[in-house]
Design a protein around this ligand. Structure first.
Ligand SMILES: [Zn+2]
Length: 72
């Protein structure tokens, strides 16, 4: 298979779409066309983040109290 000629100077062409239309999702950083500018699935993740963090912290605390004297 012959190798394609690659010009080092233009390896990465400028993206045709930057942030012209639409908005960038604050969670995943990709463009979103939804009303709030955030993907529905990302909105769920964002809304759930504090709860997940609290759960994780509680879990860590539980593990810490169970493993007596274990260095972290
Ligand atoms: Zn997103």
């Amino acid at each position: 298979m012959p190798e394609k000629f690659v010009d080092e100077s233009c390896k990465k062409p400028a993206p045709l779409y930057s942030t012209a239309a639409g908005t960038t999702c604050p969670v995943c950083g990709k463009r979103s066309y939804s009303l709030r500018g955030i993907h529905p699935q990302c909105a769920v993740v964002q809304a759930d983040a504090p709860r997940q963090a609290a759960l994780a912290a509680a879990k860590r605390e539980l593990a810490r109290s169970h493993s007596s004297g274990d260095a972290e």
